[in-house]
Design a protein around this ligand. Structure first.
Ligand code: C2E
Ligand code: MG
Ligand code: MG
Length: 758
């Protein structure tokens, strides 16, 4: 509906709404008039007028009634109805106007007066009733008043003319004021329509906001200056496990959680308020973490009338953050701080030690034989043990001290605020270390199993920032290894020499790893001879040609190779090189009958595929296996006698020979020697060295030789340096020799050159 139609429609509505009353009033007045004039007006005139009056009233009544009961909206219909209404008004006006002639009793001035009075009244009533429509009102007034004025002027007498003038003036005045009344009514209607439109728009926007607020993923509430909630959305109610109805009207001053109030009040002071923290609902079980922003709420004049708060439930986010934090800084199995957090705390401890001058200590704790527990009872039991160890460690120290788990079975205890003197701090640390040893040494109940376990503890002291935190941890670690070395279940303090040795060892290990690929390993060959000094074979001995240190002997590095399993690839290389050499020797009559002895380490020998490796090397170089002699030591044979015998027999089947190296230094019993498929026993250098002077060594060597003869084994003496030694050995039945007396271990070229010279 456009604006004009709307106004017309409102006009029409107003006209119709007063029409009922005005119609009734009009009929009433017409009846009185007819009744009054009956005695002075001819009956026919009266009847005619009454007839038209009834007809006009019925017509108008019918129209008004039907229009009131079937409202229309479209512009054309509204205009049509307005026209019909006006027509009705004109008809009614005309009928009333006709009374000015038909009911005019010329000879009865009082009745004329009454007639004028009635018509003037009707005019005034019409003006009031039809003020909404200027056309209707003017037409009605003119139609009623003009005829009577004319009639009065026509009468011609002074009184009538004067009255005619008065009526005319009255009419002019009526029409003049009618314009004003109509303008007011018109404005009224327009304002009403505008207000209604504005109200509609407001309702619309209100609805839009309501929708928006109720669908926002955050909680929102509004409160007044007394901190009473005046509005809240569903989300906020949900957050509090409550209903909107319960929350609106709530006095927040009475809340259990008062910590949110300052930020709410801040908004009432015209600023933005923030709150981030835990929340505990007062009227429900709701609880969680929230983030809230409060802003002032202003009225039209800019006065603060309350505040609006936007609340976000950050509980999930918070829990996730806590979880991440815990994963990043705590060990999930024991809930102890992890390495990262420990280093962080150590950093702080160093700073506080620098300030206070008091020493601190790190205890590096490693459980002895933990791997065995995992292997035998399973990882679940291992986990249980670690948890219990964690609890016991916590119980051993003060609350200010830290217990951390680095991983596996490694724990670290950090002590702070010890004495200012090294000696005092060390004594305190030792005391706590002993306490830990005692506590962790007590039996553990792991489900149905009772389990005993001991720790090895390495300790180091710290004082201020002298050392980096990683360095300190390394020191404690090194000390722990010393404790392990010292037989476990004990505590050891770090010292510098130990550190130097460890540093050197780490360096060596790194260099050894690269030595093989850089081809820094070589084999030296040491001749072995018979009683007549005739060459019978050689022993291959490993040498490391270090780019800076020059020739490095095996005692400097063999142990490291064995501990790191580097011995496996290097041992393989030795085996290959030795077999290749035998292959070359086979082609030369000078060397064809020489055996070559190769030293084999325990780890190498106990590899599951060792036999296959040897067989492959033998086949690859197409050598006579009898020329290859494997040197084993007593200790490695004792490790797992049954398996050892199986392996040895398998190798024997290939055809290789065995020599028992360094014999006499181990615990070999004659009994088991007889079970091993040995070919030779090699008397250790230490006995040979002193046989000339030491009578007990003489006896031992004599016994060894006799025993070997009993077992039908060859005997070779190593480390023979003097003729005296050779004579003694020869005299006791030893016919094979190796030692500087016959030749030092030398590179292959030198070795072969010496052979040719013989
Ligand atoms: P080993 O098998 O007992 O080797 C004999 C050692 O005695 C060699 O030391 C040799 O140089 C030394 N020697 C020989 N005759 C004399 C002598 O008359 N007087 C003195 N004082 N010493 C003599 P080397 O070469 O330093 O080897 C030491 C140990 O390293 C070897 O003892 C052996 O156990 C190990 N080894 C050497 N090469 C290898 C290898 O390729 N693999 C393995 N697993 N171990 C090896
Ligand atoms: Mg040897
Ligand atoms: Mg030896």
């Amino acid at each position: 509906m456009n604006n004009k139609t709307e106004i017309q429609s409102a006009q029409l509505r107003q006209l119709l709404s007063v029409s009922k009353v005005s119609l009734i009033a009009s009929i009433f007045l017409a009846t009185i008039l007819a009744f009054m004039q009956r005695s002075v007006i001819p009956a026919t005139d009266l009847l005619v007028w009454c007839f038209f009056m009834v007809l006009a009233s019925l017509l108008r009544g019918f129209h008004v009634y039907s229009m009131l009961h079937s409202p229309v909206n479209d512009a054309a219909a509204v205009r049509a109805r307005l026209r019909i209404f006006r027509l009705g008004v004109v008809v009614a006006g005309a009928v009333w106007g006709s009374a000015g002639f038909l009911l005019y009793p010329a000879d009865h001035p009082q009745y004329v007066m009454f007639l004028i009075f009635a018509l003037a009244g009707m005019t005034a009533g019409g003006v009031a009733s039809f003020s909404a429509d200027l056309i209707s009102a003017v037409a009605f007034s003119l139609l009623i008043s003009l005829p009577i004025s004319i009639r009065l002027f026509v009468a011609g007498d002074a009184l009538s003319v004067t009255m005619g003038l008065a009526v005319s003036l009255y009419l002019v005045f009526m029409v003049a004021s009618l314009r004003r009344i109509n303008r007011n009514v018109y404005e009224n209607i327009t304002l009403r329509i505008q207000a209604a439109a504005r109200e509609g728009k407001m309702r619309e926007s209100e609805e839009r906001y309501r929708l928006l607020l109720s669908h926002l993923p955050v909680g929102i509430f509004h409160y007044d200056t007394n901190l009473v909630v005046t509005y809240c959305n569903d989300q906020f109610a949900d957050m509090l496990h409550n209903s909107v109805d319960n929350i609106v009207g709530l006095e927040m001053k009475l809340l259990k959680e008062q910590s949110i109030l300052p930020s709410l009040r801040k908004a009432l002071e015209g600023e933005l308020g923030y709150y981030e923290g835990h929340y505990l609902a007062t009227y429900s079980d709701a609880e969680g973490w929230v983030y809230m922003t409060c802003a002032p709420s202003l009225d039209g004049s800019g006065k603060i009338v309350g505040g609006i708060a936007i609340v976000q439930d950050v509980t999930e986010h918070k829990t996730a953050m806590e979880k991440i934090n815990s994963l990043a800084f705590y060990d999930p199995l024991t809930d102890l701080p992890n390495r990262r957090l420990l280093l962080d705390r150590l950093q702080q401890a160093l700073a506080s030690s620098a300030r206070s001058g008091k020493e601190g200590a790190l205890l590096f704790i490693d459980l002895d034989n933990f791997k065995a527990l995992n292997d035998t009872l399973g990882h679940d039991m291992g986990d249980l043990l670690l948890q219990q160890v964690a609890q016991r460690l916590i119980a051993c120290v003060r609350e200010d001290d830290s217990v951390a788990r680095l991983g596996g079975d490694e724990f670290v205890v950090m002590l702070e605020d010890l004495g200012e003197l090294d000696l005092v701090a060390a004594a305190q640390t030792e005391a706590i270390g002993e306490k830990i040893l005692a506590t962790l040494g007590k039996p553990y109940q792991l489900a149905a199993h009772e389990y005993r376990c001991t720790p090895s503890i390495g300790a180091t002291l710290f004082n201020g920032h002298q050392l980096a935190k990683e360095e300190l941890l390394k020191q404690a670690d090194i000390a722990m290894y010393q404790a392990k070395k010292a037989g476990r279940n004990t505590i050891r303090f770090f010292d510098q020499q130990m550190q130097d040795a460890v540093t050197a060892r780490v360096l060596l290990e790194g260099e050894l790893r690269k030595a093989l690929e850089k081809q820094q390993f070589h084999l030296h060959y040491q001749i072995q001879v018979d009683r007549l000094h005739r060459p019978i074979g050689a022993e291959a001995l490993l040498r490391w040609m270090h780019p800076e240190r020059g020739l490095v002997m095996p005692d400097q590095f063999i142990k490291v190779l064995e501990e790191t399993d580097l011995i496996l690839p290097i041992g393989k290389w030795v085996m290959e090189t030795a077999c290749a050499r035998i292959g070359v020797w086979q082609l030369d009559s000078l060397t064809r009958n020489l055996t070559l002895a190769v030293n084999v380490s325990a780890t190498q020998f106990h590899q599951p595929d060792f036999v296959a490796q040897v067989q492959a090397a033998v086949e690859r170089h197409g050598i006579n296996p009898v020329m290859l002699k494997l040197e084993l030591t007593e200790s490695m044979l004792l490790k797992n006698v049954d398996d050892t015998i199986i392996t040895m027999n398998a190798l024997k089947d290939i055809g290789v020979q065995f020599s028992l190296d360094d014999f006499g230094t181990g615990y070999s019993s004659l009994q088991y020697l007889s079970h091993l498929p040995l070919d030779q026993i090699k008397i250790d250098r230490s006995f040979v060295r002193d046989i000339a002077t030491d009578s007990s060594d003489k006896e031992i060597v004599g016994t060894i030789i006799a025993m070997a003869q009993n077992l039908y084994l060859d005997v070779i003496a190593e480390g023979v340096e003097t003729e005296e030694q050779r004579q003694f050995l020869l005299g006791n039945g030893c016919n094979q020799f190796q030692g500087f007396l016959f030749g030092k271990p030398v590179p292959i070229e030198q070795f072969e050159a010496a052979l040719k010279q013989r």
